[in-house]
Design a protein around this ligand. Structure first.
Ligand SMILES: [Fe+2]
Length: 140
């Protein structure tokens, strides 16, 4: 298991992260809540199984969330389509690689992964997803 060390700081959703599209804002809140839940299970649990479940749920939800966003993008009018898809692919690959290592029993640092995931979500939601929000609102 990873060292317990300092407590991880779970990021709270706030209105600055809103992209003005309710379905996607709700999923972003859910993602942060799932990161926080996995952090809690890592801090309180001592067994690999205890963190495995929330960790898998989180990775599944990341993939589901990206699919939701991508289904709503119109490639012909959304200028950041390729960039946005590429960011999703990069994050999905990182999450699936990590999960494969974790599942195969390799030594992995779950804490580092959760901090990476949380930072990635924050940066992506405050950056690339904002342009998606503008795109979707302009089409509404
Ligand atoms: Fe996105």
């Amino acid at each position: 298991m990873t060292s317990q060390g300092d407590r991880m700081h779970a990021l709270q959703w706030d209105d600055s992260m809103s992209i003005g599209v309710e379905e996607i804002d709700c999923q972003h809140k859910q993602l942060l809540e799932m990161v926080a839940e996995t952090m809690r299970s890592l801090e309180t649990g001592s067994q690999k199984e205890e963190v495995g479940l929330p960790l898998r749920r989180l990775c599944d939800y990341v993939i589901h969330h990206f699919a939701t966003e991508e289904a709503r993008m119109a490639p012909e009018t959304y200028p950041q389509y390729d960039l946005h898809i590429q960011e999703h692919i990069d994050c999905s690959m990182a999450a699936l690689d990590f999960l494969a290592d974790f599942s195969s029993g390799k030594q992995v640092n779950i804490k580092d992964f959760l901090i990476f995931a949380q930072d990635w979500i924050k940066r992506h939601v405050l950056g690339t997803d904002q342009t998606l929000g503008e795109h979707l609102r302009s089409r509404a």
